[in-house]
Design a protein around this ligand. Structure first.
Ligand code: FMN
Length: 323
């Protein structure tokens, strides 16, 4: 509803992702915000919707050889290699730090076998400090030919079902843009019990050092994030929003309120901010303020009123628009 006359000064920006209630529509992207500690001097964490923690795996991982980050003209290539202490040490030493966070805390689970997703999700979700689980399924399945979970419908479905079977906490599944038909993956993940989808993880890329005749990243290839991937990510949200009914957390290159609004109008209910925090730690605050100002200027009482307003699905048009 558009109430230009008498619209509230503070429109409702809250979001529901299944049973997870966010006070603001902004989640800090996994691997880009630590546990929030380093950002607390610059940002009142209470103004964030939530923090998605760095992905954790069953066993400790040292991560990839350096260099792990390579800047590109309008994005960042990373190949961290899921460095983390493993779920045992994580539960012992890390999780208690999240107890007093004034925003939602979402644990991120990665795995290399279906059983890893069940095992790590069950242990992490059992902790009171964790409000919800995000499944990072952009990992290879070592039990088979090494296909990436997020790129194979049956593996994506199996990982989701495995995690769904061990927790009643809200479950967000994070999709990869490195697929031909992201809507097909979204559908099976929704059917397997996901409460929400994060769309998208990084786009595969490589940068070559022409003096050394070698890739710049120690790992060779990596994942591209930042403004370079924004149109790819907005299209992914656009397509996924036409395929599923569960809420979407759109992400990929969001730095400003207008960037975030592109995702919302494409069909996202909330947004993720990853690399944008590296260039400006106050970006999440500015994004929330900008979204609020946009809604006030247009007389909307809530963010929900404009979700998907550019997307044919929400206009009742059946046609699927392809780029
Ligand atoms: C340095 C770095 C580390 C990341 N680590 C993870 C991770 O551990 N798990 C995960 O699901 N996504 C990870 N991501 C992906 C981000 O959470 C985000 O989905 C992606 O970068 C796209 O959003 P952005 O352009 O706003 O960064 C990482 C991204 C970067 C740049």
């Amino acid at each position: 509803m558009n109430r230009k006359n008498g619209a509230p000064k503070r429109p409702d920006l809250s979001v529901a992702l299944g049973a997870l209630r966010l006070g603001a529509p902004t989640l800090m992207g996994s691997g880009c915000y630590g546990s929030g500690e380093e950002y607390a001097p610059f940002v009142d964490l209470a103004t964030l919707g939530g923090i998605v923690l760095k992905s954790v795996t069953r066993h400790p991982r040292l991560g990839n050889a350096a260099p792990r980050l390579v800047p590109t003209p309008s994005g960042l290539l990373n190949a961290i290699g899921l460095q983390n202490p493993g779920i045992d040490a994580y539960l012992e030493n890390e999780v208690k730090k999240f107890a007093d966070r004034p925003c939602a805390v979402i644990g991120s689970v990665a795995g290399f076998a279906v059983d890893d997703y069940a095992y790590v999700t069950e242990r992490l979700a059992a902790r009171d400090e964790i409000d919800a689980i995000e499944l990072n399924i952009s990992c290879p399945n070592v039990g088979t030919e090494g296909e990436t979970f997020a790129c194979d419908p049956s593996l994506a479905e199996a990982a989701t079902r495995a995690a769904r079977g061990v927790t009643a906490k809200p479950l967000i599944v994070k999709l990869s843009p490195n697929v031909t038909d992201i809507a097909a993956i979204a559908r099976v993940v929704e059917a397997a019990g996901a409460d929400a989808l994060a769309v998208v993880n990084t786009v595969r890329g490589i940068s070559i050092d022409v003096e050394r005749w070698k890739p710049r990243l120690g790992n060779g290839s990596g994942g591209l994030s930042g403004p370079a991937i924004r149109p790819i990510a907005v299209l992914a949200v656009w397509e996924v929003a036409q395929a599923v009914r569960i809420p979407i957390v759109g992400q990929g290159g969001i730095e400003t309120a207008r960037d975030a609004l592109e995702f919302i109008l494409a069909g996202a209910s909330a947004v993720g901010i990853g690399t944008g925090n590296f260039t400006d730690p106050r970006a999440p605050l500015n994004i929330v303020a900008g979204i609020r100002a946009y809604l006030v200027a247009r007389g909307h009482a809530s963010l929900r009123e404009i979700v998907g307003k550019a997307n044919p699905r929400f206009l009742g048009v059946a046609a699927r628009v392809r780029a």
